[in-house]
Design a protein around this ligand. Sequence first.
Ligand code: NI
Ligand code: MN
Length: 225
Amino acid sequence: MKITFYGHASLGIEVGGKHIIVDPYISANPNAAHIDIDTLKADYILLTHAHGDHILDVEAIAKRTNAVIVSNAEIAGYYGAKGFQSHPMNHGGSWNFDFGKLKYVNAIHSSSFPDGSYGGNPGGFVIEGEHKNIYIAGDTALTMDMKLIPMRTKLDLAILPIGDNFTMDVEDAIIASDFLNCDKILGYHFDTFGYIEIDHEESIRKFFNKGKDLMLLEIGSSIDL
Ligand code: NI
Ligand code: MN
């Protein structure tokens, strides 16, 4: 499994020979100006919730690639009504896709579209791939529900928001990684706006002091699991 960070909460995932884009907010992110969304491959677009900083580039990417948009039922329906391919899910449900098994799990946040449309309830995803399993938290507070995830899935990586203000901060993300039984963390949802700027060195050190590995990727760079 290969995971590429496209800035903010945007990810590219290659798994099972398929290309997945998660929460694309790239074209308006000045820190991601070197990423051209017209070059991104996508068989699927996974959306954790409907906020503008997670869906901005969905239509441009889906139009070009014909990717299947996977999210909660309300978000899938919103794009389905616009003629895009979509797959509706809801909390606690899993589906076996051709890239692996995907589960939509709880997040504590909100989820309206920028135009005011109802975006259902926000979530995160667990992907069980061929050899590796990951959790993408989406925008969320620390929640006890995270303890449910390792009861079903042994995680190899947890992708957690760490920017504070709208989501967990670093300290809560450290507790989350305890709940998740996963000491390998990719941080996201930081630095994009003034509200969520973090000190990288200090954040990495705080995880390190608890015996955990926080990775902060340069925008456009990847890790292989
Ligand atoms: Ni949000
Ligand atoms: Mn957000």
